[in-house]
Design a protein around this ligand. Structure first.
Ligand code: PRP
Length: 215
């Protein structure tokens, strides 16, 4: 379902459903309601692949007819951590597939002048050190928000982190991987570059504004 890109540990989801939905999300005329639904749907589809390496354990299940030798997910604990605010749009779709996951939140905004991320909120599950983290943000632009968020998590001794976004720019991939080479990146689309305002081109605009209708 995903293809490895020319970048090491960057996985681009080439599934037709994801590519189709991403195209509609990019359209400037897509409504807030539809955009929100699409982010949720694509996140659910991405969860399918992002959780591919969850370990299984054998279980015997008694069916109405006999015993089935099955597999279930071994008690692997997950945490979904959206980067506020746009990452919130990806939570519902993902948690539908992994309802046992807990949700933490990291609040960052990008300073419009320095473009550097400023932390304004952080609340994580108590047992976060025992969980594998899926960090969520629709956009990887300069990579500042993602790299800072991973840094906050590592400061709390969290080791296993995956970063999942809708669109990644080369600049963001390079920054996140140079600061945190151990964090794989999963995305639906790889953009060309950033513009002078650090938006991805062609991108989809400001994901937070499009999700919440604030512009
Ligand atoms: C956007 C986006 C990412 C960040 C990406 O958030 O949702 O969090 O910018 O940019 P970066 O890779 O250069 O750090 P924004 O600061 O607009 O905040 P919002 O989610 O509250 O809209």
């Amino acid at each position: 379902m995903s293809e490895k890109s020319s970048y090491k540990d960057v996985f681009i989801f080439d599934h037709p459903l994801i590519q189709h939905k991403l195209a509609i999300m990019r359209d400037k005329d897509t409504s807030t309601k539809e955009f929100r639904e699409l982010v949720s749907e694509v996140s659910m589809l991405m969860a399918y692949e992002v959780t591919r390496d969850l370990p299984l354990r054998p279980v015997d299940v008694e069916t109405p007819i006999g015993i089935a030798h099955c597999h279930m997910i071994e008690g692997k604990k997950l945490a979904l951590i959206p980067i506020l605010r746009a990452g919130l749009g990806m939570v519902e779709g993902m948690i539908n597939l992994v309802p046992m996951a807990k949700v933490g939140h990291i609040g960052l905004y990008r300073d419009p002048e320095t473009l550097e991320p400023i932390e304004y909120y952080c609340k994580l599950p108590d047992d976060i050190q025992n969980r594998d983290v899926i960090l969520l943000d629709p956009m990887l632009a300069t990579g500042g928000s993602a790299a800072a968020s991973v840094g906050f998590l590592k400061d709390r001794n969290i080791e296993h982190i995956k970063f999942v976004c809708l669109i990644a720019a080369p600049e963001g991939i390079e920054r996140l991987h140079s600061e945190h080479p151990d964090v794989p990146i999963f995305c639906a689309g790889l953009d060309e570059r950033l513009n002078e305002h650090a938006y991805t081109v062609p991108g989809l605009g400001d994901a937070g504004d499009r999700l919440f209708g604030t512009k």
